[in-house]
Design a binder for this molecule. Sequence first.
Ligand SMILES: NC(=O)c1ccc[n+]([C@@H]2O[C@H](COP(=O)([O-])OP(=O)(O)OC[C@H]3O[C@@H](n4cnc5c(N)ncnc54)[C@H](O)[C@@H]3O)[C@@H](O)[C@H]2O)c1
Length: 362
Amino acid sequence: MTCRIDHLAAIAYLPQSPVSYSPNIGLIGCGGIAGYHLQAYQAAGFKVTALADLDKTRATARRDDYFPDALATDDFQKILGDDSIEVVDITTHPAERVALIRAALMAGKHVLSQKPFVLDLDVGFELVELAAKQGRYLAVNQNGRWAPHFSYARLVAGSGMIGNIFGVHMSCHWDHRWVRGTPFEQIRHLILYDYAIHWFDMVRCFLPERKAQRVFASTARAAGQDLKPNLLAQSVIEFEDAQATLAFDACVPAGPQERTYLSGTNGSLTSSGSGNQEQRLTVNLTEGSWTPTLTGKWFPDGFHGTMGELLCAIEQKRPCSIDAADNLESLALCFAAVASAESGLPVRPGAVRKMPTNPPGN
Ligand SMILES: NC(=O)c1ccc[n+]([C@@H]2O[C@H](COP(=O)([O-])OP(=O)(O)OC[C@H]3O[C@@H](n4cnc5c(N)ncnc54)[C@H](O)[C@@H]3O)[C@@H](O)[C@H]2O)c1
């Protein structure tokens, strides 16, 4: 047990930074989430030199808060035309993001795209091919992978310490009604698509070599709900020798809870808390248990994790673990779940290529 505990204590789950690669970064889209990107980059010592938003006051406000020497503009072409900028972080919503990613790759930039990456898997493949043709990295901001508990759990799963994983069970019970009146309220599958993509991606991280066979899902309106998108969602993912379940209750007014349970042939891992910012994780082996003291929080440290991984991959000239091609596999699970929720039937991942874009209630 001692050497296993030594191994568990030494798991390097914190976000990484490159050793000496410190490129100029441009950020396009200065809305709600951009603040967390910038907070994380400032703390990590990453160098943002230009920020763009259609609404220049947003670009200016973010610039003033985090990188006062940077350019603030309402014209993203100023970022793409600046040869000193090598990496572009695109944080708009998916529909408008495709043209921006394409333009950034054509301008020779490495790109970090916010999630969910695309609304159409084939468009995603086109972007992956364009990045390859341009010899540039295209990565997707699945920052959940660097939430401290998910980062630690992912590395435990990958180490084989709890054996061959056959069960991944995650549930979230929280209040997502802050989206009222924002563009998010218009997303038909707000929970299964916009939110749960992090959880579909984590299922793949925990079962990396396994191919999902079928996905079932359903969504429903919660009792008393008046927000447009359905706030209850659940999904079951079948593998040949493993299973995953996800459950989301997104309008809980008090007592939020979030839980992850991994079952393996040599042990289990459990993580739970009042939300994804506060989690207590325990690894259970037949000889005993280990509860690490985790430091950091998903917001903002997860955003250091994703940009750090992209910069390290560029510096080390190695594949990036959050590359867009890999992300399309997570999206395929998510799209299958959405299609299953629409039809009531199980769906094979990859069979459904497009996310329905009709608004909730239509
Ligand atoms: N954990 C996470 O990673 C996380 C959390 C929240 C949101 N998100 C994702 O981030 C994306 C954006 O969310 P948000 O909350 O910041 O949205 P938001 O509506 O607050 O901001 C989007 C911004 O993009 C700007 N924009 C649109 N088109 C532009 C263009 N062509 N050039 C420059 N700026 C442009 C808009 O003016 C707006 O300021 C969504 O895809 C969302 O799912 C991710």
